[in-house]
Ligand binder design. Structure first.
Ligand code: ATP
Ligand code: MG
Ligand code: MG
Ligand code: MG
Length: 470
């Protein structure tokens, strides 16, 4: 089943069951507490918190998500991407556990035709109610596992809503890992769908130490997320997301540029996946208005771009890689996500200029890094000095994570504490400099104002004539 049909099947299933279809919100959330949109429920937070009355009792969406926290898993696990589409159904004080479970089961087994005996369920350790519903639907006890707080409990804010989760996992078979269910092996038993039951009000504390349950919520809600990328891999019998129709054209582009075939030898497979997968995140982030920067969202984007470029060089691609790789993402996904097509020119400009500037220092930085690794080994130390990592970041634009990754590939670590100390010192200096510059700018402004007060008005045309710089 192609991704297009997977999306349509999902949306049709839930709209025909009374769910209001809501478009994806942008990757840049309207929420100061969140760097990037990372789940379908983000845009419904005010409903779940009771801040706004819901505009409809049930909703369904296909949400663009970014999770840079999963960046190191790309190419290392089959199931993690930094950008993915989360399909979800939501109930705002309407239906609860029983219906959410019945919907998920019916859609997976009938809508998508997944073999019931391959589906394994996890429930929160004391959630007998959820287990009872799964059993009634026909899941045997042998394929239901109980997990603790870390995996199967959800909460938001203090005090705020919380509750147990129940997840559906698909057994990809012995070629993917060990027997024993999702509690034993997440690569073999891939988590595909998370059902969150917002049931209680919680008090102070955290997941590790625990927190008190203050009572039941007056209106109980449902939040679910089914990963399109993971489901596509299963339905297309693809090993990972890069070999599904979501990304295969991009993987082909990378192969063509590299002049070699996936998966290649040794670590090349990881590099192929990193370039391919990151190209998609990069295109989507820029389309939603993120531009490379030293911090915040822009830093996330920059990190993805630089990591992709570095891995492209490891594959032997010496010329530009990001323009062609992101162009193939736009060509393949622009029909479903029109913002990609609308922003194609911007995406090309941004990736071209970022890749050019990084390429200028990449070779020098790599030489410095290789020499430092050799020196570190010679001194029989396990850690690369923080000074080197700092110089690489400061002078050569190597994000710390990139240095850590390269150093890890060589079997070493980085003195990250020292790096952090050097960075803090530099920031302090920059702030002091910034304060001096601000004072200077304010003084100048006052001088200009005084001057301007005595002059006739002129029209400023600069904004219309400035050429955009990226
Ligand atoms: P995992 O334990 O595999 O990291 P998760 O528990 O962090 O997944 P949820 O927060 O429950 O994931 O998100 C709901 C669904 O979104 C998951 O069941 C999965 O199908 C999908 N998903 C989550 N993270 C990723 C990712 N990095 N790449 C692709 N799909 C993902
Ligand atoms: Mg996760
Ligand atoms: Mg999980
Ligand atoms: Mg989960």
């Amino acid at each position: 089943m192609r991704a297009t049909q997977i999306r349509e099947t999902f949306t049709d299933f839930f709209t025909s069951r009374g769910h209001h279809q809501v478009p994806s919100s942008p990757l840049v959330p309207d929420d100061p507490t969140l760097l990037l949109t990372n789940a379908g429920m983000n845009q419904f937070k005010p409903y779940f918190l009771g801040e706004t009355p819901p505009a409809f009792p049930r909703a369904t969406s296909i949400q663009k998500c970014a999770r840079t926290s999963d960046i190191d898993n790309v190419g290392r696990t089959n199931r993690h991407a930094t950008f993915f589409e989360m399909m979800g159904n939501f109930s705002f004080g309407d239906y609860f556990k029983e219906d959410a479970i019945a919907f998920a089961w019916e859609l997976l087994t009938e809508g998508y035709g997944l073999a019931p005996e391959r589906l394994w369920i996890t429930v929160y350790e004391d959630d007998d109610e959820a287990e009872r519903h799964w059993r009634r639907i026909g899941v045997p006890a042998s394929r239901i596992q109980r997990l603790g707080m870390a995996d199967n409990y959800w909460s938001m804010g203090v005090p705020g809503p919380c509750g147990p989760c129940s997840e559906v996992n698909y057994d990809r078979g012995p070629a993917f890992g060990r027997e024993g269910g999702p509690a034993v092996d997440g690569e073999r038993y891939v988590e595909i769908w998370n059902l969150v039951f917002m049931q209680f009000r919680r008090g102070e504390g955290d997941k590790k130490g625990g927190f008190p349950i203050l009572g039941e919520l007056a209106t109980k809600s449902i939040d679910t997320g089914l990963g399109l990328d993971r489901l596509a891999a299963i339905l297309q019998d693809a090993e990972n997301v890069c070999t599904t129709d979501l990304l295969l054209p991009t993987l082909h582009t990378v192969q063509r540029l590299a002049g070699r075939d996936y998966p290649g030898r040794g670590e090349e497979k990881v590099s192929f996946q990193v370039v391919t997968e990151h190209a998609r995140s990069i295109a989507f982030l820029i389309a939603d208005g993120v531009l490379p920067a030293k911090d915040g969202r822009g830093y996330v984007l920059r990190r993805l771009m630089r990591r992709a470029v570095r891995h492209a060089r490891l594959l032997g691609i010496d010329g530009p890689v990001l323009p062609a790789a992101t162009a193939s993402v736009i060509a393949n996904l622009g029909g479903v996500w029109p913002e990609l097509t609308a922003q194609a020119a911007l995406i090309e400009r941004v990736v071209t200029s970022e890749e050019e500037s990084f390429t200028r220092t990449l070779a020098q930085g790599t030489r410095l890094l290789d020499a430092a690794i050799t020196r570190t080994r010679a001194t029989r130390s396990a850690a690369l000095p923080g000074e080197t990592a700092f110089e690489l970041a400061d002078t050569y634009g190597f994000p710390l994570e990139l240095t850590v990754e390269a150093v890890r590939e060589a079997g070493l670590t980085v003195d990250e504490d020292r790096f952090a100390a050097l960075l803090a010192e530099q920031q302090k200096r920059a702030q002091a400099g910034g304060r001096a510059r601000t004072a200077e700018a304010l003084r100048k402004r006052d001088t200009y104002r005084e001057l301007a007060a005595g002059l006739p008005r002129t029209e400023f045309l600069g904004y219309d004539h400035l050429t955009a710089e990226t």
